[in-house]
Ligand binder design. Structure first.
Ligand code: ZN
Length: 193
């Protein structure tokens, strides 16, 4: 399995999921950027313990676990910001986007892993965002709206610069995250109290 197989599985999920289609079309004209692999602990965990999905998401989780060793995994927070335990249990890859495995300047899609019992504290970014849960479940908080728990197949949306936070359950949480709009090439920032 390869990153191209992962891209195809994500495209099939995206194009068959109304919430994703309504948020943004899957980008066309993607070019392989041939990013060098970058390991992280989350990738090793995924490769050793493939995570379950549901009927719609399982092709993506299977392709991700198979391609985990080829991906360029990122962690954009420092230990001072989020702590060592968080960094040991989190990682994401940019599947498509301005700096992704498949290049486009019109959209951005990530796959993120967060381990069990993890608190992803308040953060924000300019781009609008849709989380689609691939495996596990997490409680989402977003300023100004009620808390919401999403599980496999569920989605959570965040508006431009709306602070949000997330807490995983006793299972790992895996999500496909799509950005749209202004700030597409930016990064999330932890909210400073
Ligand atoms: Zn976000």
């Amino acid at each position: 399995m390869s990153l191209a197989a992962l891209l195809n599985a994500v495209r099939a999920l995206h194009e068959s999921t109304p919430a994703l289609q309504d948020f943004a079309p899957f980008p066309k004209g993607l070019r392989a950027a041939n990013l060098p692999p970058m390991p992280c602990r989350a990738a090793s965990l995924l490769a050793q313990n493939p995570l379950p999905g549901n009927r719609q998401t399982q092709p993506v989780t299977a392709a991700l676990c198979a391609a985990a060793g080829q991906a360029e995994w990122r962690q954009t927070y420092s230990e001072a910001e989020v702590g060592a335990a968080f960094l040991a249990n989190y990682g994401y890859l940019e599947l498509y986007g301005p700096s992704g495995h498949f290049h486009t300047n019109t959209a951005r899609g990530y796959i993120g892993y967060w381990g069990p019992g993890l608190r992803y504290d308040w953060h924000l970014h300019e781009a609008e965002e849709l989380y689609a849960c691939l495996s596990g479940a997490a409680e989402f908080q977003a300023r100004g709206v009620p808390d919401k728990t999403i599980s496999t197949g569920g989605t959570a949306e965040h508006a431009c610069n709306q602070p949000h936070a997330m807490t995983t359950t006793d299972q790992p949480f895996l999500a496909y995250v799509v950005w749209r709009g202004a700030g597409l090439a930016g990064l999330p920032q932890m909210e400073v109290a």
